[in-house]
Design a protein around this ligand. Structure first.
Ligand code: SAH
Ligand code: MG
Length: 203
């Protein structure tokens, strides 16, 4: 995988090993159908997925309302003042996202969908090769994403869930709950976990 820009300069919440795992998963899964990501932020994960898809002539649908999750709001732990639009008085990561996609040469591959996940899901019809869930981390948000997108995954496709913390002292439990639910459903085979990235193959 050759990075067209310095990935260290891209703001985000994804370890390099996790990005490489997303790239590998998408390189296979995108042969089955497009990739859909929930939670793009400034595009770090989108770059890895996009580079894999670009090689295959496949598409990444990048879903994010770009107004930030709870932890990105002013006063919260992961707030970044550079991403605050003071005229709109809200977070806005879309400008930075577009910039990174442009710098990476991925405008022919990535389709940004600037809306909440549930709204994109409402009329969605296209079967997907891969779904990457990295949006809101409340239990309600994570479960909504799982339920809304699960049915669109093709057999053999990949479900990826970020921020798995089996130990509650290390992080929030919503993504891990979704991961366990997916495993218990009998609809997936687990693939090896990479840091906090869970990967499952749809049977
Ligand atoms: N994948 C990114 C990090 C995502 S952070 C990376 O690699 O760096 C989580 C993102 O999810 C935030 O940008 C937030 O705006 C978005 N988000 C939270 N809830 C959402 C929802 N219900 N619909 C769409 N996007 C959401
Ligand atoms: Mg994450």
């Amino acid at each position: 995988m050759k990075m067209p820009l310095d990935i260290e300069q891209v703001k985000g919440f994804l370890a390099e090993e996790e990005g490489a795992a997303l790239y590998r998963a998408a390189s296979e899964a995108a042969k089955l159908g497009p990739v859909l990501e929930i939670g793009s932020y400034c595009g770090k994960s989108t770059l890895y997925l996009g580079l894999a898809c670009q090689q295959l002539g496949a598409t990444v649908y990048a879903v994010d309302h770009h107004a930030g999750s709870e932890e990105h709001q002013p006063g919260e732990m992961f707030h970044d003042p550079e991403l605050f639009d003071s005229s709109a008085e809200q977070m806005d990561s879309f400008r930075e996202f577009r910039r990174n996609i442009r710098l990476a040469g991925l405008e022919d591959t990535v389709v940004p969908l600037v809306a909440p996940s549930w709204l994109v899901a409402r009329d969605w019809q296209t079967p997907l090769g891969m779904v990457f869930i990295d949006g809101g981390h409340s239990l309600d948000a994570a479960l909504t994403d799982y339920r809304a997108w699960l049915g669109h995954l093709r057999p053999g496709g990949i479900l990826a869930v970020h921020d798995l913390f089996p130990n509650p002292l290390e992080g929030g439990q919503a993504p891990y709950t979704v991961y366990k639910l997916a495993l218990a459903s009998g609809l997936f085979d687990p693939l090896p976990q990479v840091e906090t990235l869970g990967l499952l193959k749809r049977l």
